[in-house]
Structure formats: C-alpha cells, structure tokens
Design a protein around this ligand. Sequence first.
Ligand SMILES: [Zn+2]
Length: 429
Amino acid sequence: MRTARATLVAALATLTMVAGAGIASPAAQATPPVKPAGLENAKACEITRPSEGWPDGTSAGFDTNLHHGLDSDWKQHVRPVGTVRAIMLFVDFPNARAEDNPAPYADTSTYYDFLEPSVEWFRRSSNGRLNLEITTVPQWFRMPLPDTEYGLSRNTFTVENQLEYVRDVVNVTDPDVDFSDYRLLYIVPSRNASHIAFSPEFNDYTRSIVADGTVLKNGDTFGQDMWGWGFKILNHETGHAFSLPESYNATGIGGTHRFVGGWDMMGNISGRAPELMGWNKWKLDWLQRPQIGCVTQSGVTEYTLTPIEQGGPPGAAKKLVVVRTGPYTAWVAELRRAVGNDAGTICDPGVLVYKVDTSIPNGDGSIQVHDAKPGSGRQGPCTEPDIGTLGIGADEVPLFHDPATNVTIEVVSEDESKAMVRVTKGDAP
Ligand SMILES: [Zn+2]
C-alpha cells in the first residue's frame, strides 16, 4: 500500500509533467491560446458508431452490435425508458431437480428475492426513467434434457447453444405464459444445475423465437455464477439487452479491469463505484441533451457538474461535459460522489475523466478512464484505476491535459454537491 505522501509525490510529478507538456509554461501564459467560447448544443457531441461497423469475428467473437456509439438500435435492443416488462421463469432438469436442492433453494422465491434488488438499482441509476417490472411464474418448469446436454458450461457455450436452450424453455412454458406482455425474458436455473455455469445476456439477432405473436430476443439466461456476483449480475447483463457493450478488457491482453477499474456497471460488476458512466446513461436515453455540456470548437468554457449518481434539478448544471476530438472520439468529464448507487464503497470521489472511442469494438477498450493519480497503487479494496479522479485538496490533482488532442480539463471549485470545471480546447496540434 502506498502512503499518502507517496501519492502526493506522484500527484506532483503528474502536474509537473502536465506543465512540461506546455499548457502552463510561461510562454503559453503570455499568449493565451484560446478565447472564451459560446455554449454548444449537445447534438454536436452525439458520436455514433462507424457506419461500416466491424467485420465478423472482431473482438474475440464479442457481439459487435453492442458498441459505444449513441446510435443504439432499438429494433435489436430494448429501449429502457418507461415501464419495461420482464418475465422471469425458473427451470430445472431431469438430472438436477429443484426439489433435490437443500432448503431454501427448492423454492423459486429464493431466486427472485436474490435478484430483485436490481429493480431498485435501475430505478436509481435511471433517475426514475426506467421502471423494470419483473413478473414471475412461481413454479419449476422441467426441461426435456439434462443440464449437461445444453452446451452452456464455460468451455461449451455458444450463442447457438443458448438459443436452443431458450427455445426449449419457451416451448415448455408457453402453455402457462402469455409472452405478448413481455420485452425481456429471464431464465433462472435450479441451484443444483451445475452445468448451466454462467449468466450471459440473451440478444438474439435471428429473431427466430416467436411466442404469442411476440419475438423473444432480449434478456438473460442466468447460471450458477449469479450466486457469486450478487443481484447486480442482472443489471450488467440487462445492460447488454439495453445495447451497452462491455467496459472491461476482453482482449486477454493486460488486466481485465485496466480500462475502467470499478467505475462502471458494464466493467466490474463487483466494482467500488458501480454506477453506470454518464456516457452509457446518455446512450440509454437516461440523460438528455440539456444535461450535456458539449465542446467541439476551440475556446474556454466552464460548466457546473452535479453528481452522475443523482438526478439533477433542471437548470444550468450539467451531468456530463463531452469534448469532441474527432469523428469517433471524445474526452468526457463527470462528477462522482458517494451517493446513490456509489454510496458506501466509492474509493475516490471527484471528477472522473475518460475517453470514448466508438470505432473500437465491444470489449477492446471503447471507453477508458484517465488515471489522474498514476502510481497510487492498490489501497485495500481500491485498485489503481479506482483512485484516479481529479479534485482539489491534499493528494489531489486538479488538472487533466492531453497533448495529443490539446484538451485541458481543470477543476476550478468543488463541494459535496457540485464541481466547476474549466475546459480549454486548443486547435488540434
Ligand atoms: Zn458483459
């Protein structure tokens, strides 16, 4: 563990490095490079995915329909605004019968009660924009095949196997369920079905499962790893059904959580600050244009940010500042505080700066946190990227500067409920 002093030294080293990059040098001060700029409409910062998409097989087979462009396709995914109805079905198997589980796992209510806090998590995260309504059928449906036959263990899983599993579940349950009421399908297996190993999202682009006149194409097939992750597995996986890509590193090169640490529900489900990043909230239509500061032109602008974990009073304050740096790229700043879904566990409240690059496919680093305090090391449960915000005060770094894009973001003032940031965008170098 690093001491506070070592952290401060690292912070000062960063500041010195920033000054060396030119933004605060005497010469730069003598000739202000930029002038105050007018406020822009957020539409100019609505970055989409590349129109050509990505070739099949990119990103180690990850679903490239999930990307960080704001142009979510609501024909393929579920738009998470208003009441979204889900049906939760419980299944067991000839070789893994629910009644053979020890109490309380013979009872479907145990499974529902375990996952149900995710509903309130979504309500807070969306600031009331999403009301996820989960209906259960509180009985076990017996699958026709043993759990070993579905190809859903770690080393046999394919989306084709998952599709056939869902097809069997729908066939078995259709006499008892009117699927026309539901947009999301959650399938939960008996605790002793050890071969249903993990909990991948269900996004079926073949649209081939139709019941009661409804195409069943989004949801999640839960597995035994849900008991390790906790209820937030539902929030993460449903995030995919809502069009969000992975935020963690799926390339296999470097640490799994080196891109965003514990800062985003689509990164580490067990992260210390699991609230969805503001960019993802904008993509889900939980934030809207008046809540976004947008910078595309050279100049100096200032914004008051209020915490991303809370709804904001209407007015001048913003939830995000997006500094567009190219067709597919932007620097983004948001304020993170120990409230709402981040209460109690957040490591380093402050202004979080990150880069979005929508040309990077799912799982390869399309969203990456800027570590304002490199070298802070792991401190207890807090990892290096978890200790990386901008702020004012001892051990804090107030300034971000990227020489490659000539963007500077400085925290001018902050208190518990807000922070003022000054954005300086120079001409591209
Ligand atoms: Zn995921």
